[in-house]
Unconditional design. Structure first.
Length: 380
């Protein structure tokens, strides 16, 4: 329920719908801050909110609503329950704008906002598992259903915001957005280049990957390349940070245990990635596709050279041969060669990291990105 002191019709409210509580502070904290500075009362709906996560979101000045949302999988009865919850919440809050990011908040939040005749915007931060993995009949069915639902949802949006032009074009080509004139572009979610500042690179080659442990993030390619290098040389370390996921795209605990037995150092979930970044001399993200990967930007802001894939979303974050190296997706051999190249070139690692920091500040500063984003949201 909203506070009685927040019921005046002169209060301008924004409802931000997400699917993962930590992402609010990690990825959207400055956006929430900027909305509040502009005089908006910000409400956030997310599922599975721990006490610490609730406190962190509330410390931004936002009001938290715990949503009945299951992030992974498609269970129509559960998704419809989430939709009904959002309709009730929107009816109660009477927000000026409903903003979603990630698939389910985008779809069901936009449909709920449309049912309540409230303005809405979807932020497509990546096309996700259902667009990347479509090899089985079940996956194809889920993908087709997602596209139909997205088309209905975006018909109710004022704007649909993308983080790279490939996602925009493929989303439209897939029939998910009938009115291409609604599409907007922004350079990711931005990175706080003051909070993420350069720290000295380790003298030895230390490779770090930070991601949910999903096949589509390229975690198996990272593990395969790392194991091959570890079998032949002992001067390199390989760190893997991120949580196991309930998605069907997730690797299992037994597979992770085998990687650890072969020498990969698993850090688990890290609340503050800066501690892991400080240990690394190279950041690696061999993803199959992204919107704009925030971890790559954070690594670059801290002066780390990056190895990532030449795919939509990832390739925009790296100036090839200048701030890092681009390799083919799903190719552990190409990844291994790139990692060994930088392992043998400490001077090159430092130079790439220095240039990456400058590139990140110039293009991806959160202040610059949020000015553009607030304009697309109609909140300036």
């Amino acid at each position: 329920m909203i506070n009685q002191s927040d019921t005046s019709t002169v209060v301008r409210r924004v409802l931000l719908n997400g699917s993962f509580a930590p992402s609010v502070t990690n990825f959207r904290g400055r956006l929430v801050h900027d909305m509040i500075v502009k005089g908006y009362s910000v409400h956030v709906s997310v599922p599975d909110v721990s006490a610490a996560q609730r406190a962190a979101i509330e410390s931004l000045g936002a009001t938290v609503h715990e949503a009945p949302l299951r992030r992974a999988g498609m269970r129509p009865w559960e998704d419809l329950g989430y939709y009904r919850y959002l309709r009730r919440l929107i009816a109660e809050l009477r927000p000026e704008l409903v903003v979603g990011y990630t698939i389910k908040p985008n779809i069901w939040g936009s449909l709920a906002a449309g049912a309540q005749k409230v303005r809405s915007v979807s932020m497509v931060t990546g096309l996700g598992y259902t667009f990347v993995q479509r090899s089985t009949l079940g996956q194809r069915a889920i993908s087709a259903a997602t596209r139909r639902l997205y088309r209905r949802a975006t018909a109710r949006n004022d704007a649909v915001i993308f983080q790279n032009p490939d996602d925009r074009d493929d989303f439209i080509a897939a029939g998910c957005l009938a009115d291409a004139g609604k599409a907007r572009l922004v350079d990711g979610s931005g990175v706080d280049t003051v909070r993420f500042r350069p720290t000295p690179l380790p003298d030895t080659p230390v490779f770090l990957m930070v991601a949910r442990l999903l096949v589509s993030k390229g975690v198996r390619e990272f593990a395969q390349a790392a194991r091959e290098i570890l079998a032949r040389r002992h001067d390199c370390r390989f760190l893997l940070a991120g949580d196991l996921d309930e998605s069907p795209d997730s690797i299992g605990r037994e597979e992770l245990a085998r990687w650890q037995a072969d020498g990969i150092e698993y850090l688990g979930w890290v609340d503050d990635v800066r501690s892991a970044m400080k240990q690394a001399s190279v950041f690696v993200l061999p993803s199959y596709r992204e919107g704009t990967p925030r971890t790559v930007l954070e690594a670059a802001a801290m002066g780390r050279p990056v190895i990532t894939t030449n795919v939509p979303g990832c390739r925009e974050t790296v100036m090839g041969e200048q701030t890092g190296l681009l390799v083919a997706a799903r190719d552990s051999e190409a990844l291994r060669a790139a990692m060994e190249r930088l392992a043998d070139d400490p001077v090159g690692r430092q130079a790439m990291g220095d240039r990456g920091r400058k590139y990140c500040v110039a293009r991806y500063s959160v202040n610059k990105v949020n000015r553009t984003l607030m304009g697309h949201l109609g909140l300036l």
